[in-house]
Design a protein around this ligand. Structure first.
Ligand code: SF4
Length: 205
């Protein structure tokens, strides 16, 4: 395990987060799928990491089901439902844009569904991230989003924003701006068990 990951896991644990570490994405996906009971419906925030883990398919194969507004082929109504309904689910899965070595979760959202559901509603939240998401502190987390996560997400979404061309945030005023809600989770919110799942691989962005 990288020393930075070790420091982050220790800091999160000290603050009352549950923590888990897996060397590989495959091991993490297997454990995460096992946390879902047969017949249970769980919810996902939009996440390249969860896609790379193929977690929705693994949960479905075990007899569970997944509400996921990223699912392809759904109607606009189904997508809107997928954004709003997760508040009432017991289990919510998402990734993070950055996790710091002093135990902060940093996220930037366009719609706000992911960051709000991560802190209120579900009884158990799993924050799943590769070791590439671990940074020293909040300044490094902000920089990581400005130079890596947000430009790559804007490109993935085919946005006409300046960061897609420059590869770094230009703090645009574009109507297509994807960076609209910024959250820092410093301690596990009351009423929600939050588990940090770190993986010794590069996942998502
Ligand atoms: S604020 Fe605009 S330029 Fe900056 S990363 Fe977000 S979408 Fe790109």
């Amino acid at each position: 395990m990288k020393e930075s990951v070790e420091r982050a896991l220790a800091a999160f644990a000290k603050k009352g987060f549950d923590t888990k570490y897996f060397e590989t994405a495959a091991e993490a996906a297997e454990w995460l799928a096992e946390q879902v009971a047969e017949g249970e419906e769980v919810a996902f925030g939009g996440s390249v990491t969860l896609r790379q883990l193929d977690l929705a398919a693994k949960i479905t194969a075990r007899g569970g089901s997944v509400i996921n507004h990223w699912r392809e082929g759904q109607t606009a109504e189904e997508r809107a439902d997928g954004l709003r309904r997760p508040f009432r689910h017991q289990h919510y899965f998402l990734s993070a844009n950055a996790l710091t070595e002093d135990g902060l979760i940093y996220n930037v959202d366009g719609t706000g569904n992911r960051v709000t559901t991560a802190v209120f509603g579900p009884q158990q939240v799993f924050v799943v991230a590769g070791e590439n998401k671990v940074v020293a502190d909040i300044n490094a987390a902000v920089e990581r989003v400005r130079t890596i996560a947000a430009p790559k997400n804007a490109a993935r979404l085919n946005k006409q924003t300046p960061c897609v061309k420059t590869g770094t945030c230009m703090n645009c005023q574009s109507p297509q701006r994807i960076c609209r809600v910024y959250t820092v989770t410093a301690f596990p919110p009351y009423g929600t068990k939050t588990t940090i799942v770190l993986i010794g691989e590069e996942l998502g962005y």
